[in-house]
Design a protein around this ligand. Structure first.
Ligand SMILES: N[C@@H](CCC(=O)N[C@@H](CS)C(=O)NCC(=O)O)C(=O)O
Length: 202
């Protein structure tokens, strides 16, 4: 089994952190995104969308999409549970995971792509769209700060994949100058808690 990934990419890090929680060791193959390592025909034959991470099983089967990769590992090694136990728990974790992805990871990724120029060899950055997304991401932090005033973790009492998505995105968001301030006391409390986990070093 191999994981094609990029050390600094937030989607790759969330899979690494998920695997670290489960203490699953896997061969990682670094793909140089800036150098176009994901744009080769060989890589696109694994993932036609040319994105990392990509999991390749020993029989050559491919799974891409970070959450789908995490789902695979959750099913083959359920403990520790990161995607829920009961039907209600599973649904609530999925709700918070999707909210973290759509409400925060998506705008941060758009801000990075459209403000940094990192991918200008393959797309046309639109700075104003990037800036709009910074505003959206900051609005989401306001919402999450309120939520975390009443909840230990995003989905309540238990650490889950939703926290992994939020933490890895928050760390990456510094590249577009999105940082926690004194307005985010509850997120700061949560941030210290989750970033102290050994898996956060992944
Ligand atoms: N929905 C995908 C998103 C993957 C993604 O956007 N990966 C980024 C790195 S974080 C990438 O490979 N970008 C390369 C490019 O856009 O050329 C997932 O969850 O895995």
């Amino acid at each position: 089994m191999k994981l094609y990934e990029t050390r600094l990419a937030p989607n790759a890090r969330r899979v690494r952190m998920f695997l670290a929680e489960k203490q699953i060791d896997i061969d990682c193959i670094e793909i140089d995104l800036k150098g176009g390592g994901n744009l080769t025909e060989e890589f696109k034959s694994k993932n036609p969308f040319a994105k990392v991470p990509v999991l390749e099983l020993d029989d050559g089967t491919i799974i891409s999409e970070s959450v789908a990769i995490c789902r695979y590992f959750e099913e083959i090694q359920p403990k520790p549970q990161l995607m829920g136990d009961s039907p209600l728990d599973k649904a609530q974790i999925e709700m918070w995971q999707r909210r973290a992805e759509l409400g925060f990871l998506f705008p941060v990724a758009m801000a990075f792509q459209h403000c940094s120029g990192f991918f200008e060899d393959r797309m046309t950055p639109r700075k104003s769209w990037g800036e709009d997304n910074i505003k959206n991401a900051l609005g989401y932090l306001k919402f999450i700060d309120k939520h975390l005033s009443k909840n230990k973790y995003l989905s309540g009492e238990n650490f889950s994949i939703a926290d992994i998505t939020m933490l890895t995105t928050l760390d990456f968001a510094k590249v577009v100058d999105i940082r926690l301030t004194e307005k985010h006391a509850n997120i700061k409390r949560w941030y210290e808690l989750v970033s102290a986990r050994k898996s956060a070093q992944a």
